[in-house]
Design a protein. Structure first.
Length: 207
């Protein structure tokens, strides 16, 4: 089991949510959440050293690595995939939509609609997440609602949180705030975060 990867960041891709890290001359391709992606430095000619905590999934046709900037996000991922019917893809989708803290709040409030906004996650799956994790998360995140409201750099206005997350992801790719702001004005703020980023990238590439 690979617990973490520590090495030079060679490449990131905001469309596929992947990063490549060079560890001793071997490049490891890791699937990451949008939250992790926004916290990684820009890949450049002088790669910077990073560390990602990982979960390895072994399948009949290959091995997948999922990477997280914090152990908190890794722990939440493992809790999610422990829920019946929630695979790694759905878990990554949920954690790209919201931070572990915000997910804990949504589960505590039994807000299935908020969780079901994650691409590929339906209402039944969201309800199952709440049923299976409510007690566990209540112990792990006491007072989580107030903490989430005070999370730095996050806005509670409708759609504001997603716009902020999309902006962060695009800034990571090297675009200026002015360019990103103009591109985000052309996207639907009610769309899933992943779709917002894709639409903004399309607009940016046409500039």
């Amino acid at each position: 089991m690979i617990y973490c990867l520590t090495g030079e960041l060679l490449f990131t891709d905001a469309l596929t949510y992947t990063a490549v890290i060079d560890c001793g001359g071997v490049g490891y391709k890791v699937t990451v959440t949008s939250n992790t992606l926004t916290r990684l430095p820009l890949a450049s000619d002088k790669p910077q050293k990073v560390r990602l905590y990982t979960h390895m999934q072994v399948r009949e046709d290959g091995v997948d690595l999922f990477g997280f900037y914090t152990t908190e996000e890794l722990d939440m991922f493992r809790l999610l995939i422990s829920v019946s019917g929630v695979g790694p893809k759905a878990a990554m989708s949920i954690l790209s939509l919201m931070t572990p803290q915000k997910l804990a709040v949504a589960v505590g409030q039994e807000d299935a609609k908020a969780i079901a906004k994650a691409p590929g996650v339906g209402a039944k799956t969201a309800a199952r997440v709440i049923l299976d994790l409510k007690d566990k998360l209540a112990k792990a995140y006491p007072g989580g609602e107030s903490a989430a409201a005070a999370e730095p750099g996050r806005t509670t206005a409708a759609g504001g949180g997603k716009l902020s997350d999309a902006q962060d992801a695009l800034l990571v790719l090297g675009y200026s705030r002015a360019e990103v702001g103009a591109a985000l004005k052309k996207v639907d703020p009610s769309a899933p975060l992943e779709d917002m980023i894709r639409a903004a990238l399309t607009a940016l590439m046409k500039q």
